[in-house]
Design a binder for this molecule. Structure first.
Ligand code: GRF
Length: 186
């Protein structure tokens, strides 16, 4: 299956998805990496990997025109599935409807806990003993679509949002390629 990845920054999950797909007979390939931030560090990495990239800021053109161009670029690249990987923008209901059931995202919490931002701070503040990450289907309901897979790790005494984020991120990099690989074959 051909997958498009949307990023806004660092792109470490995108890199994990790309690296996994180098395995023989892997079930997906990366058709394009697109970003709403032309300066996203992950874009240069993807380009150096020989992957097609597309960058466009919505600044000045408006959300509808921006999304129409993203949609066109992804379809032109032959993408069948979209994997959000640190894409920090809300997709419109229209866009989600056009890709219904074919957009997935990775979120740094054990959904349905801690939708939205500051997940690690909220897990620590709540005194949670376990934290983790979830891969889910994207719907109009923010971080609310079907959960496809999760990974759990203990919260350690003295954890800060930063130390917890680092350990959860390592789990994200293991979880996301595996779940995406299964998702495209289901
Ligand atoms: C990850 O923690 C991901 O779960 C969240 O945003 C972060 C993106 O990091 N959605 P990266 O750009 O993949 O390195």
């Amino acid at each position: 299956a051909k997958v498009a990845i949307l990023i806004s920054g660092r792109g470490s999950n995108m890199m994990a998805l790309v690296e996994a797909a180098k395995a023989a007979d892997w079930s997906y390939e990366i058709a394009i990496v697109a970003s709403d931030k032309p300066e996203a560090p992950g874009l240069g990495w993807a380009r150096a990997e020989g992957i097609q990239t597309f960058a466009l800021s919505p600044q000045g053109i408006g959300k509808a025109a921006y999304e129409a161009q993203i949609d066109a670029a992804l379809r032109a690249a032959g993408a069948e599935v979209i994997a959000l990987a640190g894409y920090m923008r809300l997709l419109s209901d229209d866009f989600v409807a056009r890709w219904r059931g074919r957009i997935i995202n990775i979120h740094p919490s054990l959904l349905p806990k801690y939708k939205g931002l500051d997940t690690h701070q909220r897990a620590i503040d709540a005194g949670d003993a376990v934290a983790g990450c979830s891969v889910h289907i994207v719907t109009e309901d923010l971080d609310g679509g079907e959960v496809l897979g999760q990974a759990r790790i203990p919260v350690l005494p003295g954890d800060t949002p930063e130390t917890l984020a680092t350990r959860v991120l390592a789990e994200e990099h293991r979880l996301y390629p595996r779940v995406l690989a299964e998702f495209v074959t289901r």
